[in-house]
Design a protein around this ligand. Sequence first.
Ligand code: HEC
Ligand code: HEC
Ligand code: HEC
Length: 457
Amino acid sequence: MHSLFSSRTLLRLRAVWRAGAAPLERAGFGPRAVKFATVGVLSGVIVLLIAYVVAAALGGLGGDRAAQLPVLVNSALVTRGAYLARAGDCTACHTAPGGGRFAGGLAIASPIGTLFSTNITPDRRTGIGAYSYGDFERSVRRGISRSGRTLYPAMPYPSYSRITDADLAALYAFFMHGVAPLIHRNRSEAVPWPLSMRWPLTYWRWLFAPRPRSFLPRPGQDPIVARGAYLVEGLGHCGACHTPRAATFQEEALTPRDGQRFLAGSRFNGWFAPSLRGGDMAGLGRWTASDIEAFLMTGRTDKFAAFGEMSLVVHHSTQFMTAADRIAVAWFLRTLPPASAKRPSAGVELTVSQTYLDECAACHGADGNGSPSGFPALARNPIVNTNDPTSLIHIVLTGGAMPATHAAQTQLVMPPFGQVLSDKKIADTLTFVRSNWGNHASAISPAKVTALRRSIG
Ligand code: HEC
Ligand code: HEC
Ligand code: HEC
């Protein structure tokens, strides 16, 4: 970790200063211009210093009386906490492949470098065993670590800010008493200086993370829809993947009240998480509430299947929700009107694609309707019709496997075509798929396939 005042930082600043002034003088700038630049740089530094001092002094503040209350732990509360930890999918990020449960260490790619999730088992030295309820509340709902540092928003605290006091107390009881303590030291992030400085994140948090318990059912809202809203906006943090982000990385909307960008579809880790709003082709407009419920329980409907990141969400999280909670999620999603997106122009109408018939039709049907043995339909599939074809290209390159869930144990597999088909063939086949059988989406260029192939390695 770096402090602004470490001598290493000062040495760096001096080097930067020298490197900056020399070419100015060499370029023939007079002493006045250099002085002018000096004053400019110095006032910039002073503003930064003030920003730093304010963030350092006030950044760790927050937490209200409720956060100081002791939690009366009993086994029912621990069991409830275990359920909520699944609904919140804590394991997705806090359990690394091959690592201990909740021991952290999962590498998470971010635009500034690789971040690592932390150990949230109750080990006192390397985990959160020494956390009071107030410490836990501040981490999970406010994004402030016990030491007062702001957490990276890779931890979805803007969503978790909506978790109620009662649910948070249950989560605390579970992590303190229902999880085995594991010794596993946290890794610090692989982020280059100066981006590794944490204090600027305090401003990000002040600007973009809502204060806790801003979740309020609207007056007159159906209680089932309100429950669904709570799960989707809060614990389920569905928007972390499905809501587009601004250039400054905050989700553009955290609730339906923030506008139509909420759950309007977003790119994530080489996949495209499609719109969960209404909408005929690229949204869930054609899905019934029971389609959505079945998808969240089994990772499939009679037409479509979960893949990529969503396969993991179903596997770790939504299959364990109660039917009542999944139905609440479905009902809430059905209340979201379509985003007023412009309709993509239709692709070239191709009459037949030999590659499709050779490589895809055996499973997905010559008519794109899938097969009764459970292979998903491509006709009128939102993944096929969505404007951003990232997920579509990704699954053809790398293949996929339906999540195995308790309710549906067969794991149908789609083979990868990355080594079998050229970028041109993949682009042409998908363009064919996107413009037939009632599908209606723009053509895909071979360059798009090449670019994604490169970015996923
Ligand atoms: C999408 C990924 C993701 C999910 C889901 C997630 N976390 Fe985190 N969490 C992180 C990351 C990454 C960090 C470390 C952030 C940092 O270093 O600034 C973190 C940090 C924390 C911390 C702070 C630990 C410390 O060392 O101070 C706590 C507590 C925590 N998470 C609890 C939870 C709980 C409880 C859940 C489920 C309700 C959860 N997390 C779900 C990614 C996630
Ligand atoms: C870690 C990222 C991530 C999170 C969190 C996430 N999703 Fe997804 N979701 C995806 C991706 C990627 C897809 C596209 C792949 C697919 O269709 O299975 C997807 C697809 C879906 C689909 C199918 C849409 C379609 O048109 O085919 C539904 C329904 C869905 N998600 C619901 C949810 C709900 C509800 C939540 C919150 C409980 C959620 N997702 C949380 C990444 C995520
Ligand atoms: C051996 C059978 C098989 C073949 C051949 C096959 N697929 Fe698939 N496909 C599947 C299965 C199974 C899934 C579900 C995968 C998952 O859930 O991870 C799937 C999923 C998909 C999806 C995502 C749809 C959804 O809603 O889940 C698309 C798009 C797709 N395949 C396109 C293609 C294309 C294009 C080809 C030919 C290049 C092809 N598939 C060849 C079996 C196959």
